[in-house]
Ligand binder design. Structure first.
Ligand code: PLP
Length: 415
């Protein structure tokens, strides 16, 4: 057995799971790779790699328009993913799922279509102090264009949103709550069911940035009653360059199209163009076909393990990592919310995060250092940057031990 694997909860065979991820088998700088940068991008199981390869080796053709065999096959494989994602998110119909490049593009699609049509001067959009830049900047741009106002839910010292303050921000001018399900910088899991309810009671819509939730939690967009839900394939063990925007069909139907081009039209004359039905109305041009097919394989993979089992195992890893890192003198964990995904963001007194990351890298340990595209939350905690270990279901307690030992070494180097 690999030295970096030891305990796992009953029935969760992490050693077997690791065999499915070829990238994890390598050494980096002569040491077994310890990959703890999953919030930036997750690794891909062999089945995802095989699905992409199969597309290019066997089925490669453009989709939707071809009558020939290869086009039929590639169309079927691509559209099957939509069905798999429908089940994964429990959307009502496949037509509510738009293929996009990632969470960023999904959020921009909503801001550029729904936002441009529905947000007027004096209206308000609420985001939170925890957001990734991709759930801040599109709304800021929209507010600038429309003369609308961006309001921000503040964050407490544990890294939790202050719901009483959120309540106070809601008013008849509020058009949208745009909030992350899980914070990438701190790992906080936001009470989005309750927050969506509160937005709806105030007459506003709710968009959820699910980029960090989709890889770790069971999601049910109907139970949440989310109006929009965006996710990135690459963070959920699928390929880069593909993602999903879920939207309620009533809203998507009422929204103007975004990009113009092939596939999103029904008829084109120089006098007038009519648009295709959902979801194609929002899918102009040849999409990332291989990416879509790979995403389907990723959904199959995590579904076979079970999102509930993944969440339970990762929670054990989080508890273990929090305890292990808390032992290190001078280390301060930033983000200690009661509800957290398996992310441990921290600073060590007197040592810059980039130095920590560089020394860890020499030991084969990959962590992220910086502001994590969430500068406002760094400002809130008055740190320029943190070091972030973000875990996935193929990580092990032994890898966390390796991180803790690595951090002791970092302290020796800089003492
Ligand atoms: N939202 C959150 C919470 C994220 O963590 C990220 C990426 O780190 C994004 C959005 C943007 O995702 P992408 O770059 O895949 O579009």
């Amino acid at each position: 057995m690999n030295a970096l694997i030891n305990t796992a909860p009953a029935g969760f065979d992490v050693a077997k799971i690791r065999q499915d991820f070829p990238v994890l088998k390598q050494k980096v700088h002569g040491k077994p790779l310890v990959y703890l940068d999953n919030a930036a991008t997750a690794q891909k199981p062999q089945s995802v790699i095989d699905a992409i390869r199969h597309f290019y080796e066997v089925d490669c053709a453009n989709i939707h328009r071809g009558v020939h065999e290869l086009s039929q096959r590639s169309t079927a494989a691509y559209e099957q993913t939509r069905g798999k994602v429908r089940q994964f998110l429990n959307a009502r119909t496949k037509n509510e799922l738009i293929f996009v490049r990632g969470a960023t593009e999904g959020i921009n699609l909503v801001s550029q279509t729904w936002g441009r049509k529905c947000v007027k001067e004096g209206d308000e959009i609420i985001v939170s102090g925890l957001e990734h830049h991709s759930n801040i900047v599109p709304w800021q741009m929209l507010c600038e264009e429309k003369g609308a106002k961006l309001r921000v839910i503040p964050v407490n010292d544990s890294g939790e949103l202050i719901l009483e303050e959120y309540e106070k921000l809601l008013n008849p001018r509020t058009k949208l709550l745009a909030v992350g399900h899980v914070s990438n910088a701190l790992g906080t899991i936001n009470p989005i069911r309750q927050m969506i309810d509160m937005a709806h009671k105030a007459g506003a819509l709710a968009l959820i940035d699910g980029a960090q939730a989709a890889p770790h939690l069971k999601i049910d967009v109907q139970a949440l009653d989310a109006d929009f839900y965006a996710l990135s394939g690459h963070k959920a063990f699928g390929p880069t360059g593909i993602g999903i925007l879920y939207g309620k069909s009533k809203l998507l139907n009422a929204m103007p199209p975004w990009q113009g081009g092939g596939d999103m039209i029904r008829t084109v004359t120089f006098e007038k163009t009519t648009y295709n039905e959902l979801p194609y109305k929002f899918e102009a041009g040849t999409p990332h076909i291989a990416g879509g097919i790979g995403l389907g394989a990723a959904v199959d993979y995590v579904t076979a393990i079970g999102m509930d089992r993944i969440a339970a195992y990762e929670h054990e890893l989080l508890v273990y990592a929090t305890a292990a890192l808390s032992q290190i003198p001078g280390l301060r964990i930033i983000g200690t919310a009661r509800e957290k995904a398996a992310v441990v963001s921290f600073v060590i007194e007197g040592i810059h995060p980039h130095d920590i990351g560089t020394v860890l890298d020499r030991m084969g340990i990959a962590v992220r250092t910086g502001h994590h595209c969430a500068q406002p939350i760094m400002d809130r905690f008055q740190v320029p940057a943190t070091t972030r270990a973000s875990l996935a279901f193929y990580n092990t307690t032994a890898e966390i031990d390796a991180l803790a030992a690595g951090l002791q070494k970092v302290k020796e180097v800089f003492s």
